[in-house]
Ligand binder design. Sequence first.
Ligand SMILES: Cc1cc2nc3c(=O)[nH]c(=O)nc-3n(C[C@H](O)[C@H](O)[C@H](O)COP(=O)(O)OP(=O)(O)OC[C@H]3O[C@@H](n4cnc5c(N)ncnc54)[C@H](O)[C@@H]3O)c2cc1C
Length: 400
Amino acid sequence: MTESQNSRASGESADVIVLGAGPAGLVLANLLHAAGIDCVLLERASRTHVQTRPRAGFLAPNTGRILDRHGLAGGLHRHGSRHGTCEFRTRDGRFRLDYGALGQGGQGGQSGQSGQGGQHHVYPQQNLVTDLLTHYLDHGGRVRFDTEALAVGDADGAAPYVTTREPDGRPTRWTGRYVAGCDGRHGAARRSLPPDAVRHHHDHGVTWLGLLAQAPPSLDAVGYAVHDRGFAGHMARTPEVTRYYLQWQRGVPAEAWSEQRIWDELDLRMRAAEHGPLHRGPLLERGIFDLTCDVVEPLRHGSLFLAGDAASLLAPAAAKGANLAVLEAEILAGALTDALTRGDTAGLDGYSDQCLAHIWRAQEFTGWMTRLLHVAPDGEQGTEPSFHAALRRSRLASLR
Ligand SMILES: Cc1cc2nc3c(=O)[nH]c(=O)nc-3n(C[C@H](O)[C@H](O)[C@H](O)COP(=O)(O)OP(=O)(O)OC[C@H]3O[C@@H](n4cnc5c(N)ncnc54)[C@H](O)[C@@H]3O)c2cc1C
């Protein structure tokens, strides 16, 4: 009897216990299952909830390549669209950056390998999650919805385990050999870290009102409006739904403004009078996002490995979070497979350093974007406003 079969005989167990059915957990579970690894996915929410939660929409070229490599990109190719241009609107006019032609392939550093250049896919995160979940279940993957992980125990010892609250409220203990914490920023994996784990935290000092509008995109590019009243953003999601962002005063509730006032402000900051009207429609969702970020170091504590938002939270300004989650999941899947099938733990030993290099690069880029786009973000509050505005104009001129 193999070690894997042995552990299964004890009941609620799996060689790898994956916490969280977001992009990180689902890519990891799919790859492990395809490699014949005994794993289970534990998800706090219901299947309906995870399949309908709108968040990311921009997937970097390298994310497409990873999904392609593992046969997980069917929906992305069928229903996603390609994007390679962003348009900046400033008081000096507008200009377009054709970043797709630059061939920057995202965090994976494998630009252009599959001939896709640097174009992003626009594909709503909930659709990607639905595809990944369907693929996993259709291939016989194990998942438990409505099962909340409470804590990870004995990660440094010989018998790591996860305590859970099952759908009927009953407490259960899952035993495994490895635990993958893909359960986001507020999950059990982070809560279970030892006290000496380092958590770097930074507040960019900017808040967004995030909006989902039942309206077609208003331009064929990502729109970044840099305005003295604050940033406004336009991001396509589907032919019928568009995301908009407004830099927002911290502490003001999302419902404080009427839809009319929000659209008028978007028009103003996006300079609709000069560049054409925005397609208006009912606002389906409003959310407040403080642009904060953090990084946990290291990403491994004994048998517990962190991936995705559990490892590092990125402000959504540069659309990196889901892409990092997928990249880290692929790296972790390879490392766990090597360890469990060949006893080769080199990948697990190098996992944290390898992923942290990608994470810090993404954090640096996100910080740069945040300073480029916003009026007086944190760290520049004490600076004379005209000085800050001149710096922004200079940065935009360099980009142009
Ligand atoms: C408005 C917005 C726009 C964004 N746009 C982009 C973008 O365009 N491109 C991009 O790359 N990124 C974007 N992001 C970031 C991206 O959405 C996240 O980085 C991504 O969801 C991270 O994936 P994940 O799998 O690590 O975590 P999540 O997607 O958060 O998944 C974690 C899962 O764990 C579950 N869970 C939590 N706690 C527990 C527990 N105790 N037990 C069991 N399960 C648990 C949760 O229910 C959830 O299903 C955006 C984020 C926001 C908020």
